[in-house]
Design a protein around this ligand. Structure first.
Ligand code: FAD
Ligand code: AMP
Length: 479
């Protein structure tokens, strides 16, 4: 007899495991099917985010940042560090320990909440049934009241640079390099490329980033993108825009990369090459042809705003559906779907999803960019505050960048916030909350902020929207 659950979730990444926990908390009998195995052949929870994404990349970013600070910047505090060195295997081992702790933590949360973890590869059959094949070839079919697909995404490959994870690495391989390459090439100057490039640059690699587009970070506010490019170039990242890689091959222990740019065709030789050209939804072989599910033209599972697929009581969340490929976006979709299955009136605010690039300084954004508002014909006001005018940023020797707040010209409602600067990820969250509550720039301006904090830069940017900033000369006329 097949097992029955109110909810069967496929995938235990941040979209799936959160959906499963929420469903169980709401009193629904819940199973979560996951195919990932650890090196002992046991089920591994946490998905891309915990195993090979957000968490391990941040662990390496933090280790490498501390090393670069000690080597390059402690002297300004009067601290001298002679011969700072990095033990890469120790750095990787620390990262692995954190990953183990967190993935084990999800297993504990499943147990605590009564979620049944099932090891195997899930496939949606017609009639909300889920086939699960384990690694030994055993197949079982689960009867599900509802199915939530959270199968995530995979690194994108490009034919000119076939990944061998020896010399030519995807993002997973780039988290595993056991020594610092003297010369590192990175294809793609997007979010993942910049984070991984920064790790190895800080540890001493000469890093060349080859980006096909002419514009740097086109999804970001243009002023913030320009400032970010300036700061990262100062750190030694050699970012080459308008540079399309056409071939990469391993010869005599080096990777020879050919590319074309406005200057014509060229080649460069690297010790390692990271391919960071984006991610694609993992939607192949996930459902039977008679299940009623469809893919959109880009291979994502087709869903509406409530993450409902075209098959009744089958939902899909996270990277496998449209929208930004961000862990928190998937988790919130998972919560929404679990609540709707439990009969609640949940919905998601897709207009207020923050995004972050964890370089140093961080780059963070929420809402509309200035160029989007212009294109939409929205009248707006902008308030900008540079960190060089922040007492706390100067005290921390971390004063590159700025906060920019955008508000509607008439209603004063906050429309967006864009930050490059220290702790930008945490600072932008204050504006995310303000936007979620429908705040005006004046609401933020009238709020009391602790002194001295980096948050004061958000306050001053809000004040600057109407020309009321205190700690910079206001450019616009006060109202
Ligand atoms: P995933 O995390 O990909 O999880 C999907 C799970 O489903 C996997 O465990 C997979 O094994 C399983 N699965 C797939 N198919 C099946 C099947 N048929 N049966 C059973 N199981 C299946 N996002 C951020 O928000 N912040 C960051 O800082 C950040 N940094 C990143 C850094 C890197 C290097 C990378 C690669 C990604 C980063 N991301 C970051 C993106 C983030 O990891 C993803 O958006 C997030 O993991 C997506 O969650 P998900 O649950 O949809 O999918
Ligand atoms: P993201 O989607 O943020 O991960 O960024 C991936 C980047 O890789 C995009 O900016 C693409 O323009 C870039 N890219 C894709 N293919 C190539 C290529 N052949 N050469 C150089 N850059 C590329």
């Amino acid at each position: 007899m097949s097992e029955k659950y109110d909810v069967v979730v496929i995938g235990a990444g941040p979209a799936g495991y959160v959906a499963a926990i929420k469903a169980a908390q709401l009193g629904l009998s819940t199973a979560c099917v996951e195919q990932w195995l650890d090196d002992k052949g046991k089920i591994r929870l946490g998905g891309t985010c915990l195993n090979v994404g957000c968490i391990p990349s941040k662990a390496l970013l933090d280790s490498s940042h501390k090393f670069a600070e000690a080597r390059d910047h402690f002297d300004v505090h009067g601290i001298s560090v002679e011969g700072a060195s990095i033990d890469v295997p120790a750095m990787l081992a620390r990262k692995e320990k954190i990953v183990d702790q967190l993935t084990g933590g999800i297993a504990g949360l499943f147990k605590h909440n009564g979620v049944t973890a099932i090891s195997g590869t899930g496939k949606v059959l017609a009639g909300t049934r889920v086939e699960v094949a384990d690694r030994d070839g055993n197949v079982q079919v689960l009867e599900a009241g509802n199915v939530i697909i959270a199968a995530g995404s995979l690194p994108m490959n490009i034919p000119p640079a076939p990944v061998d994870n020896d010399y030519i690495l995807d993002s997973t391989g780039a988290l595993e390099m056991s020594e610092v390459p003297a010369r590192l090439g990175v294809i793609g100057a997007g979010v993942i490329g910049l984070e991984l490039g920064s790790v190895w640059r800080r540890l001493g690699s000469e890093v060349v980033m080859l980006e096909a587009l002419d514009e740097f970070l086109p999804m970001m506010d243009a002023q913030i993108a320009k400032e970010t490019a300036k700061i990262l170039k100062k750190q030694g990242l050699d970012i080459r825009l308008g540079t399309r890689v056409t071939n990469a091959e391993v010869k005599d222990g080096k990777v020879e990369v050919s590319y074309s740019s406005a200057d014509g065709d060229s080649t460069e030789s690297f010790d390692k090459l990271i391919v960071a050209v984006g991610r694609k939804p993992r939607s192949e072989e996930l459902f039977a042809s008679d299940s009623g599910l469809t893919l959109d033209e880009r291979g994502y599972i087709f869903v509406n705003d409530f993450c409902e697929t075209e098959a009744p009581r089958v939902y899909a969340v996270g990277d496998v559906v449209r929208g930004p490929m961000l862990a928190h976006k998937g988790s919130e979709e998972g919560v929404m779907v679990a609540e709707r299955i439990a009969g609640k009136q949940a919905q998601m605010n897709y207009d207020v999803i923050p995004s972050v690039i964890y370089t140093h300084p961080e780059v963070a954004a929420v809402g509309k960019t200035e160029q989007e508002l212009k294109a939409d014909g929205v009248e707006y006001k902008a308030g900008v505050f540079p960190f060089v005018a922040s007492g706390r940023a100067l005290a921390s020797n971390d004063s590159d960048g700025m906060v920019k707040l955008l508000a509607h010209a008439e209603t004063d409602r906050i429309l967006g916030c864009h930050i490059v600067g220290p702790s930008a990820a945490d600072l932008v969250q204050q504006v995310v909350i303000a936007m979620e509550f429908g705040s005006s720039a004046e609401d933020l301006a009238l709020t009391v902020f602790s002194h001295p904090t980096l948050s004061e830069a958000v306050h001053e940017a809000a004040l600057a929207v109407d020309g009321h900033a205190i700690h910079i000369a206001n450019r616009k006329k006060r109202k």
